[in-house]
Design a protein around this ligand. Structure first.
Ligand SMILES: Cc1cc2nc3c(=O)[nH]c(=O)nc-3n(C[C@H](O)[C@H](O)[C@H](O)COP(=O)(O)OP(=O)(O)OC[C@H]3O[C@@H](n4cnc5c(N)ncnc54)[C@H](O)[C@@H]3O)c2cc1C
Length: 561
């Protein structure tokens, strides 16, 4: 997921506290806990949950199906003379001018060592676009088909119609069909970037997803292996708690103690579980739950979808695509490629990183090693036959064939979202009886398909777990224990919230006749005192109502703007 081109124009704001390390400090400080939890999956989500819980004094065990940790964050060692990533490569989101704050991952790396974050998008590199067979454009602002594609992408968030398949919408509304000279631009920039194909995405779900994205559009490369950085920041302290080659195949949560079985015949028991496996694993029923999962979670698993994806890394004797070219958009199989060595000063390697998703990835996956000549042939057709003679070596990372991952990442399939709050991701994330908690990128309503989204989901699941330990499961929430204070000044809406436990909160502005003017926030908030501030969008002067719902408590306040 690169999200390089997607500039969300809506100005919603999320306070950094909800997902920042200070949020975690708050949780650990307020809970002295004992207990035992098994975390299933040592990807970013599972490891981050593990770190939070271990810090809080919980006895943790992490069961990981493979022989390594990191999941979809995976360095390729020994292929090049700089860190090469076959999974996640970029850090998303330094916030934006609309007031969105940076992702907490960006913040954490920036605090630790700002030099690790490479702001390559501002370095003035060129891009190549294959629009027709015989020419390459750098960049084709004058080309009407290209401009249409850019405009379409920029306006995806504003779509308000039915959740029809994007490919069908493009055909019906604009007459753009596969084979047209610009169709592949949509397939590359939306199809591949979101992990599958425009033939798989629902228009409404895509729009809602765009509006929920809260960390801006900027992306950063890293000047070290992604996993090294995360290990240093958070994971090192829990690596000793991982048991490798433990593929969980069944979870029996019918009695107080949960019983877990693995494919190698080993069994475990625990008080609670955090399930942080990829969506694909849940979809394929690799793990049998007993009793079966509640309809809410199972329906979400059925509706949410995960894409097919590959990265194919090619090494050449020369950078025939151009000394100053970073990105290439292809017409066919390679789909997108970039030159990761360009942003390094210490490399002599000429490497192209091809990023292919959806049907194209399925096709190349079916070819096995013959995928390489297929890609070289397309490079040859674009670069006058120079690719094959310059070819040195290749590495194929086929995420479809990874036995414990089975795909790329979750994408906005039709019905993923009916609205920002009516979301299958939220449904999937719903804990079961304070016993089973779900983490993983697919459970993140705001930032699915990303590393920071996976980390945030781990933080959320850990917080839910801790809250369950300190609050009896069936205790009804006491409304008057929730304090809400809110006001506006200088077009900023301020909400001071104090809640004894993690709660769902919705903060918004209404017109006097009850029309929603601006939704600031809808998600969980941590326990304790929290202040949230949001920029109010341009609005006609007059009377409005500031509203705040925290669990069942609803507070409203008339304000003059
Ligand atoms: C090609 C590609 C490029 C990407 N690029 C970026 C990027 O540039 N920036 C970005 O932010 N994100 C990117 N992503 C997405 C990002 O990698 C993921 O969103 C994130 O790493 C997912 O973390 P996770 O913990 O949810 O899942 P995973 O990393 O998949 O971890 C799940 C773990 O569960 C284990 N597991 C599975 N089944 C079982 C079982 N039955 N029992 C025990 N363990 C099990 C798996 O082995 C795995 O270790 C990319 C992903 C891909 C595939």
């Amino acid at each position: 997921m690169r999200r390089r081109r997607f500039v969300k124009s809506m100005g919603v704001t999320i306070p950094a506290t909800i997902i920042s390390s200070s949020f975690l400090t708050k949780i650990t400080a307020q809970n002295t806990v004992t207990g035992n939890v098994i975390i299933i999956g040592a990807g970013a989500a599972g490891l981050y949950a593990a770190k939070v819980l271990k810090d809080a004094g919980v006895n943790i065990t992490i069961l990981e199906a493979s022989a390594i940790h990191g999941g979809r964050i995976k360095p390729l060692n020994g292929f090049g003379d700089f860190p090469i990533e076959v999974g996640a490569e970029e850090v998303h989101g330094k916030g934006n001018v609309m007031g969105d704050p940076p992702s907490f991952l960006w913040n954490s790396i920036n605090e630790y060592d700002p030099d690790l974050l490479i702001e390559y998008e501002d370095l003035g590199y060129k891009e190549i676009f294959a629009l027709d067979d015989d020419y390459i454009i750098y960049p084709p602002e004058w080309d009407p088909d290209f401009v249409d594609a850019v405009n379409f992408i920029d306006m995806m968030y504003a779509y308000t119609g039915d959740d029809i398949i994007m490919n069908d919408y493009l055909a019906d509304e604009f007459g753009i069909v596969e084979g047209d000279r610009s169709w592949h631009v949509y397939e590359a920039w939306i199809g591949a970037e979101y992990g599958d194909s425009i033939k798989s995405y629902g228009m409404k779900s895509m729009a809602v997803s765009e509006n929920l994205w809260l960390t801006g559009a900027k992306n950063y490369a890293l000047d070290d292996a992604y996993l090294n950085i995360l290990d240093t920041l958070w994971f090192n302290s829990v690596l000793e708690n991982i048991e490798y080659n433990k593929q969980v195949t069944s979870i029996d949560y019918s009695s107080a103690l949960i019983n877990i079985s693995c494919a190698d015949g080993s069994t475990y028991s625990s008080d609670k579980i955090i399930c942080a496996v990829p969506l694909s694993v849940l979809k394929e029923n690799v793990i049998t739950f007993s009793p079966v999962l509640p309809a809410l979670n199972q329906n979400a698993i059925d509706i949410l979808q995960m894409g097919h994806g590959m990265k194919i890394i090619l090494k050449f004797t020369e950078a025939f695509w151009g000394d100053n070219v970073y990105d290439i958009t292809f017409k066919n199989y390679p789909t997108l490629a970039w030159s990761p060595g360009l942003i390094r000063t210490d490399t002599t390697n000429n490497i192209l990183m091809c990023f292919t998703m959806g049907e194209r990835a399925e096709y190349l996956s079916g070819l096995g090693d013959d995928a390489i000549p297929a890609i070289l042939a397309e490079l040859d057709s674009l670069f006058d036959g120079v690719a094959t003679p310059a070819y040195v070596d290749a590495y194929i990372q086929d995420w479809i064939k990874e036995p414990f991952i089975k795909g790329s990442y979750s994408y906005p399939a039709p019905n993923t979202y009916n609205s920002e709050t009516d979301s299958r991701r939220l449904d999937l994330a719903t804990p079961i009886d304070c016993k089973i908690f779900f983490a993983g990128e697919a459970t993140n309503n705001h930032h699915p398909s990303t590393v920071h989204g996976a980390l945030e989901s781990g933080a959320r699941a850990a917080a839910e777990f801790l809250e369950c330990l300190s609050v009896p499961v069936n205790e009804t929430h006491i409304d008057n224990a929730i304090e809400v204070e809110m006001f506006t000044a200088n077009n900023i809406a301020t909400f001071n919230l104090n809640t004894p436990k993690i709660a769902r909160a919705k903060m918004y502005l209404q017109s006097i006749d009850g029309k929603m003017m601006q939704q600031f926030y809808y998600d969980t908030i941590p326990s304790g005192e929290n202040m949230y501030q949001f920029q109010i969008k341009e609005i006609a002067k007059g009377n409005y109502i500031l509203c705040c719902e925290v669990d069942e408590k609803m507070v409203s306040e008339k304000v003059i703007l």
